[in-house]
Design a protein around this ligand. Structure first.
Ligand code: DSN
Length: 432
């Protein structure tokens, strides 16, 4: 068992203070938090949808605003005592609008899936048709997976990536849209490494009288800083999470330029699908958006992409195949089979974790293996870039990844890599 005194020095002072307090108050919970802090500080985080927030964002997410009910919106609450909650929500809304260059923002969704529930309810009647990319090809479960609310209450039609290039098949999207006449077309993905052509999607939507929804959960930070083109003015509605490349607290956000859509979104978030907003998280969103408006955040996002390209190159040189041939953003989908046809994503994920490298297995387009096995890994650079790593470290990470996978998870190789990872993490501490 790790005690709080074993917590790495990279822990920020407020986290250390909390752990000290908790060690007296609830040692069992203190141990869990201390162990997780140590895990994060001493491993390489390559999950494309994760990041390390700054201490101010982290601790604002645990502030006194958690004590308050504030159902409603600024100036129109169902509870008294909301003066500062109104200010916090207005600050978050104004900064979101400034960051993404749009007219309306709802900062209340608890997460990305909740943002998408509100967006579906605002744009569609139950049973209407949605054209989207399925999860097996890089889409998200809230874009139409059968057991999800989206697949349960709406008529979902799939488009796909081109089987040869693995790029979005825009001609296919257009052809299927003309056939199925959807009310809504969704673009924006969880495992797609290339630029999304929002303008082309809008032209397709217009040609069939559909609305366009862009879910920029993964690329939000890149969009906010101009490192990826913006879905505005093309999309009628834009949803996102706030905790991936945007590096805010875990949460969701819905944006639009259309006043009527904005009114519907507000109604569908509250009371449509949520009750009391998480005001502590909304305050932390405001603070994270403030960070993202600073010039250094643009430099950070540019480095995320530079790092992704360097990591991609390192893996390609070692015999792995990158879906679509590479990356334009923060992530890459790695086909493991050319390196070793028996290598699975599930095996690689387990071996790498034992070596201190955290990844997720991920199906590749037309993957013959099941989703819990897969032939691929999805890797992303937002978290390592937050720690200050650059191209040189990405080459090193590619070498470490290959050493583990090339050894078939050999225990002594994993143990040796674990030590090298620990020492790299010491050189590149967590935000503190
Ligand atoms: N689960 C997230 C991801 O990893 O991409 C999407 O919500």
């Amino acid at each position: 068992m790790t005690t709080t005194t074993d917590t790495p020095q990279t822990l920020d002072s407020l986290s250390q203070g909390l752990l000290d307090l908790l060690a007296k108050h609830d040692p069992e919970a203190a141990r869990i938090l201390a162990d997780e802090a140590e895990r994060q500080a001493t491993t390489l985080e390559l999950i494309a949808s994760e990041n390390h927030v700054t201490p101010v964002v982290m601790h604002s997410a645990g502030s006194c605003l958690t004590n308050k009910y504030a159902e409603g919106y600024p100036g129109k609450r169902y509870y008294g005592g909301c003066e500062f909650h109104d200010q916090a929500e207005n600050l978050a809304r104004d900064r979101a609008k400034q960051l993404f260059g749009c007219d309306y923002a709802n900062v209340q969704p608890h997460c990305g899936a909740n943002a998408n529930i509100a967006a579906f309810m605002a744009m569609l009647k139950p049973g209407e048709t949605v054209l989207s990319l399925p999860i097996k090809s890089g889409g998200h479960l809230s874009h139409g997976l059968k057991p999800n609310f989206s697949g349960t209450f709406y008529n979902i039609v799939d488009y796909d990536v081109d089987p040869d290039t693995e790029l979005i098949d825009y001609e296919g999207v257009e052809r299927i849209a003309k056939e199925c006449k959807p009310q809504l077309i969704i673009c924006g993905y969880s495992a797609y490494s290339r630029i999304i052509d929002f303008e082309r999607f809008r032209a397709i939507a217009d040609s069939v009288g559909a609305k366009l929804m862009a879910d920029i959960a993964h690329i939000a930070g890149l969009v906010a800083t101009g490192v990826h083109p913006s879905p505005f003015p093309h999309a009628h509605i834009v949803t996102t999470t706030t905790h991936k490349t945007l590096r805010g607290p875990r949460g969701g956000l819905v944006m639009t330029n259309d006043e009527e859509v904005a009114k519907m979104v507000d109604r569908k978030v509250f009371p449509g699908s949520q009750g009391g907003p998480l005001m502590h998280i909304i305050a932390a969103k405001a603070i994270a958006f403030g960070e993202a408006l600073k010039p250094e955040f643009t430099t950070y996002c540019q480095q995320i992409v530079t790092n992704a390209r360097a990591l991609a190159q390192g893996l390609t040189e070692r015999g792995y195949r990158l879906c679509t041939g590479g990356t334009d953003n923060h992530l890459m989908l790695v086909d493991l089979r050319p390196r070793d046809e028996n290598l699975t994503g599930a095996d690689a994920e387990g071996w790498l974790e034992s070596a201190g490298i955290i990844v997720n297995k991920n199906g590749i387009p037309n993957d013959p293996r099941k989703p819990m096995v897969t032939s691929g890994l999805r890797l992303g650079t937002p978290a390592l870039t937050t720690r200050g790593m650059k191209e040189e470290q990405m080459k090193q990470v590619a070498e470490l990844l290959d050493r583990v996978m090339g050894s078939n998870g050999n225990e002594s190789v994993c143990a040796q890599v674990r030590e090298e990872v620990r020492s790299m993490c010491g050189e590149f501490p967590m935000p503190h």
